[in-house]
Design a protein around this ligand. Structure first.
Ligand SMILES: Nc1ncnc2c1ncn2[C@@H]1O[C@H](COP(=O)(O)OP(=O)(O)OP(=O)(O)O)[C@@H](O)[C@H]1O
Ligand SMILES: Cc1ncsc1CCO
Ligand SMILES: [Mg+2]
Length: 262
């Protein structure tokens, strides 16, 4: 685990191009900015080529697309592959909505993600494993989370992050579990979207996307855990504000001091 990648990220301040969703776009932009990268968002396919070329990573969030946006997402994903820019995809609610699963399957015919980041319900759906997803939330299932993530990585031919109380990160061969975190993440809609774009920021500065993905998960979860531990009475509203502060201010040494992974 190379937590020092966080210092590289802050030094290099890479541009991360996001097609976000309207629910969480501001948290995603501010999260990227706070941690030390440079966000840019777009809803216009005509600027996709220029945007991808000037970016060091691309994050496509499938949270709330319209038909024109599906086209924009498809073109942007293809451009990311063409220009060899790391491509992270967040497949929001593909386990809960058949239409979304169908659109995601069509998109993955058109381009190849480098990292897929979703909760258990989303990653199980992309792995073809039975699970009861619940809207944007993970839902319930009996299957083993490591098996789900590894199956998904092999099937989709990329690094996979299955996030939750424990994050499972795998490229199908190497697998790490990040234990850090706080239940307060669940009280803030868009914690996962923030994580996906922060994964893209780490992929912008580290060519081994498995390494980038596991470091991003550890950094995000450990920072959230430190915030929660500082005030046991904290609620959802304060958490996001303190989390933004901590994304900006937490040091590599502070993260290493609480890091828990296996
Ligand atoms: N119960 C929990 N305990 C500790 N950490 C958690 C817990 N649930 C989620 N997390 C952390 O929250 C972050 C977001 O992951 P999560 O799986 O909740 O994404 P998500 O379901 O896509 O969220 P959203 O749809 O709100 O964006 C990750 O860093 C994960 O480790
Ligand atoms: C609540 C919600 N609905 C569509 S996207 C989204 C934010 C979590 O991705
Ligand atoms: Mg999500």
């Amino acid at each position: 685990m190379k937590v020092s990648l966080l210092d590289d990220l802050r030094r290099q301040n890479p541009i991360v191009f996001n097609i976000s969703n309207f629910v969480t776009v501001q948290d995603v932009a501010n999260g990227i900015n706070a941690i030390g990268a440079s966000p840019i968002m777009s809803e216009e396919v005509d600027e996709a080529d220029e945007m991808v070329q000037m970016s060091q990573a691309v994050c496509l969030n499938l949270g709330a697309f319209t038909t024109p946006q599906v086209h924009q997402i498809k073109v942007t994903g293809q451009l990311a592959n063409q220009y060899h820019k790391p491509l992270v995809v967040d497949p929001v609610a593909v386990g809960a909505v058949k239409y979304r699963a169908q659109v995601a399957a069509e998109l993955f015919q058109a381009f190849q993600p480098d990292v897929l980041r979703g909760n258990a319900g989303e990653i199980a759906a992309l792995a073809g494993i039975n699970w009861q997803a619940k809207g944007i939330d993970a839902g319930e299932g009996a299957a083993d989370l490591v098996t789900i993530a590894e199956t998904c990585a092999k099937k989709q031919k990329c690094t996979v992050i299955l996030s939750g109380p424990t994050d499972v990160i795998t490229d199908g061969t190497r697998t790490v579990q990040v234990i850090n975190g706080t239940t307060l993440f669940q009280t803030h809609v868009g914690s996962g979207d923030m994580l996906s774009s922060i994964v893209a920021a780490f992929c912008a500065i580290e060519d081994d996307y498995f390494e980038a993905a596991q470091t991003a998960c550890l950094v995000f979860a450990a920072i959230g855990q430190r915030v929660a531990q500082a005030d046991p009475q904290m609620g959802a509203g304060t958490f996001i504000i303190k989390l933004m502060d901590a994304l900006q201010q937490t040091t590599v040494a502070q993260i290493e001091a609480v890091a828990a992974y296996e």
